[in-house]
Design a binder for this molecule. Structure first.
Ligand SMILES: [Fe+2]
Ligand SMILES: [Fe+2]
Length: 286
């Protein structure tokens, strides 16, 4: 996409954000309770799906609840840190073209953070704490640090969208959950469209400033993809579902060939983007 194409896209996305703006605090009608007899997530999307590690329906339903909490917590914890990074950059010289859209981004992510957390506090014991990440977040040099921030956002959003786009039309799950997934999917389709073009531009700028870091960055982004997929497997959610050996379930599930195939599917779109944009020389491997 050339510069004028990008400007047109930015204007169109900002207009959509304005037109489709909603009040997150009044958008949902929160039921008194959400029944534990229902599947809070479709069983095909649980981390143990296809592995045979858990067969009992009651435990699987409990896992659908705790993995919903984990999924929503990942958004709350993940976007907190990324919003700090976006806030540091808005209205600084290198971001002049993006200010308008970044205002929408920050506003919308703030709303998402609220409704994901709200669900967890209303119907469960609240969100899970953030797991420690072994990956560094900066120190690659200014231009490359920008690539890190927006690549992380894009990967994070693509994982969410894989689930949101499916759970948002899933008749099996309770209405409130379907509505939350659908609302998030709706906003994120704009963020992803913006994010891809922005990451491309930031990557070109970084390559011009410090081309020798290009390979390091490819490795970093791929490591982040691996780390992100693994964050779906939370020992705490296995424990809360009543599984006696959470760490073992995590290890076995994560390494199962069926799950590796699933990881590839979740990451397929963002992997295609990174490869197509020349940011990756080879595809990511699950
Ligand atoms: Fe979001
Ligand atoms: Fe987003």
């Amino acid at each position: 996409m050339d510069e004028s194409g990008f400007d047109t896209m930015l204007a169109r996305l900002a207009e959509k954000s304005r037109d489709e703006h909603y009040n997150p605090y009044t958008k949902f009608s929160w039921p008194e309770q959400v029944s534990e007899d229902e599947w809070w997530m479709h069983p095909d999307y649980l981390t143990v799906a296809g592995t045979g590690l858990v067969e009992d329906e009651k435990t699987l339903k409990a896992l659908a609840r705790s993995e919903t909490v984990n999924f929503f917590s990942l958004h709350v914890n993940g976007i907190r840190e990324l919003m700090i990074e976006v806030s540091k950059r808005i209205h600084t010289p290198g971001y002049a073209d993006y200010n308008e859209y970044l205002h929408h981004f920050i506003g919308e992510e703030n709303a998402h953070m609220w409704f994901f957390a709200e669900f967890c506090y209303r119907y469960t014991g609240g969100i899970y704490p953030e797991a420690a990440s072994p990956l560094r977040r900066d120190g690659f040099g200014d231009e490359w640090d920008d690539v890190v921030v927006f690549s992380r956002i894009l990967i994070f959003e693509e994982i969410f969208d894989y689930f949101n786009s499916r759970m948002g039309k899933e008749p099996l799950i309770p209405d409130i959950l379907r509505e939350i997934h659908a609302a998030h999917h709706h906003d994120e389709s704009r963020h992803v469209a913006f994010g891809k073009q922005l990451v491309k531009r930031l990557h070109e700028r970084a390559c011009a400033a410090a081309p020798e870091r290009r390979d390091d960055m490819e490795k970093y982004i791929k490591d982040y993809m691996t780390h992100s997929v693994r964050s779906l497997y939370n020992p705490q959610s296995f424990k809360d579902a009543g599984l006696p050996n959470p760490l073992e379930v995590r290890r076995k599930a994560m390494a199962h060939p069926v799950r590796r195939e699933f990881h590839t599917k979740v990451m397929a779109r963002v992997d295609r983007f990174f490869t197509g944009a020349g940011i990756f020389s080879t595809p990511w491997e699950a």
